[in-house]
Design a protein around this ligand. Structure first.
Ligand SMILES: Nc1nc2c(ncn2[C@@H]2O[C@H](COP(=O)(O)OP(=O)(O)OP(=O)(O)O)[C@@H](O)[C@H]2O)c(=O)[nH]1
Length: 389
């Protein structure tokens, strides 16, 4: 099979052109992620590079060879930089810049020393392998928590590209005099490497940035922005699923409703920002007391909810007491101020798969009793009657 180089170059030109146009259209009205402009500049450099290469023979050689290669090199550096900027590692952005500047300077020296075309290509393969390897490592680290399949798949893709670039270098070292266009292993590997790298340059950033955006949206739709606890919708979804399992597992389940006492006074005395700090730190103190599998949510305002799976009423009272003590015994620090807060807790437990609304109502009635009876206490609901503990 013979490959028409011009057709291949045209396809490699159109791929980043269409992809960046689609990316711009698809991200209209959406907040741009860090690294977006770098990636667009990388796609533009790719398009210019392939255009110049396509014009070979009709324009000066220095344009179609040297400027085109500079464009490809810049496209790579910008693409690696865009992913480093997106994945939030400032040190890596700087490291990539230095590796790129170092490679460019050494390449200049290699060129001035009169290196042959093959030697220059081998040196560039090494630089690209180095940069691609760095990006592969960045993509693969932390790609499992939370699971990011696109990032992981692309990380493996870059690893494959880096390996191909090293292989090209190895083939050059074994057999330096190669005609790049002769149908042999070296040239087949070259085209495979160019193609795989272009796929990585073109699709890596859009796919990973989209995945991160979705993760961020999911996080915002699940957690309360101030306290980082589950928001009511997400909490109810999990609670309903746990209640539905109760019929099968017969392990019991408890719902606690917690309300900060006289919280209005905290806001009035110390200011709204201090009130926010109290809510944040209270959530931290509560979280520290809970087991893995327990669920902490913000019901609204200064009210929290806790779901305790596989927990009896007696155990739930113990947990509620522990939470109350934890909040009371560690005042919240805000600037120079130390703000002591207390909570009232209503407990409702069940072994039957009752409706969540019913459990809420029972816990809410218990909480109301706790408030009425003087606050800073735990009250457990027995059906719709309440017992003070
Ligand atoms: N700082 C801050 N305050 C909030 C937030 N959400 C609700 N609040 C305030 O919480 C206060 C709740 O006041 P109340 O419902 O009177 O309850 P309370 O003062 O805690 O009194 P009791 O519940 O009866 O002990 C109000 O002043 C709200 O403005 C928030 O996100 N941040």
């Amino acid at each position: 099979m013979t490959i028409d180089i011009r057709t291949l170059a045209l396809l490699l030109l159109l791929t980043p052109l269409f992809t960046s146009a689609l990316f711009l259209l698809a991200s209209r009205g959406v907040a741009r992620q860090p690294g977006s402009w770098q990636w667009l500049a990388s796609a533009a450099a790719m398009v210019v590079g392939w255009s110049l290469l396509l014009l070979r023979g009709t324009i000066a050689d220095w344009l179609s060879i040297y400027v085109a290669n500079v464009c490809f090199f810049c496209a790579h550096v910008l693409m690696h930089g865009s992913l480093a900027a997106l994945l939030g590692t400032r040190r890596l952005v700087v490291a990539i810049r230095w590796v790129a500047v170092g490679c460019a300077l050494v390449f200049l020296l290699v060129y001035l020393a009169g290196a042959e075309l093959g030697q220059r290509a081998a040196f560039l393969a090494m630089c690209t392998a180095l940069l691609t390897g760095i990006t592969a490592r960045l993509m693969l680290a932390d790609s499992r928590n939370p699971p990011q399949p696109a990032r992981r798949a692309l990380g493996l893709w870059y690893l494959g590209c880096a390996t191909l670039h090293w292989l090209r270098l190895a083939i050059f070292l074994v057999e330096p005099q190669q005609d790049l266009f002769a149908p042999r292993l070296g040239s087949a590997l070259l085209f495979l490497t160019v193609f795989a790298t272009e796929i990585g340059v073109t699709y890596g950033f859009p796919l990973v940035s989209r995945e991160r955006l979705l993760l961020e949206l999911d996080r915002r739709a699940t957690f309360d922005g101030l306290t980082d606890t589950y928001n009511r919708f997400a909490f109810d979804t999990v609670a309903q699923a746990s209640l539905a399992r109760l019929g099968r597992e017969h392990e019991g389940l408890a719902l606690l409703m917690l309300d900060l006492d006289h919280f209005k006074q905290v806001n009035d005395r110390h200011g709204h920002a201090a009130g926010d700090a109290v809510l944040r730190q209270t959530a931290e103190r509560l979280r520290a007391q809970l087991r893995v599998g327990d669920l902490l949510g913000r019901y609204g305002g200064e009210e929290f909810v806790v779901l305790l799976p596989a927990t009896s009423a007696a155990e739930a009272i113990e947990v509620a007491e522990r939470l109350r003590q934890a909040v009371r015994s560690s005042p919240v620090g805000y600037g120079a101020q130390s703000i002591t807060v207390t909570i009232s807790v209503g407990v409702a437990a069940t072994v039957e798969p009752v409706l969540l609304e019913r459990l809420y109502r029972a816990a809410d009635l218990a909480l109301y009793s706790a408030k009425r009876d003087g606050r800073d206490r735990v009250v457990v609901a027995t059906d719709y009657g309440t017992v003070v503990t």
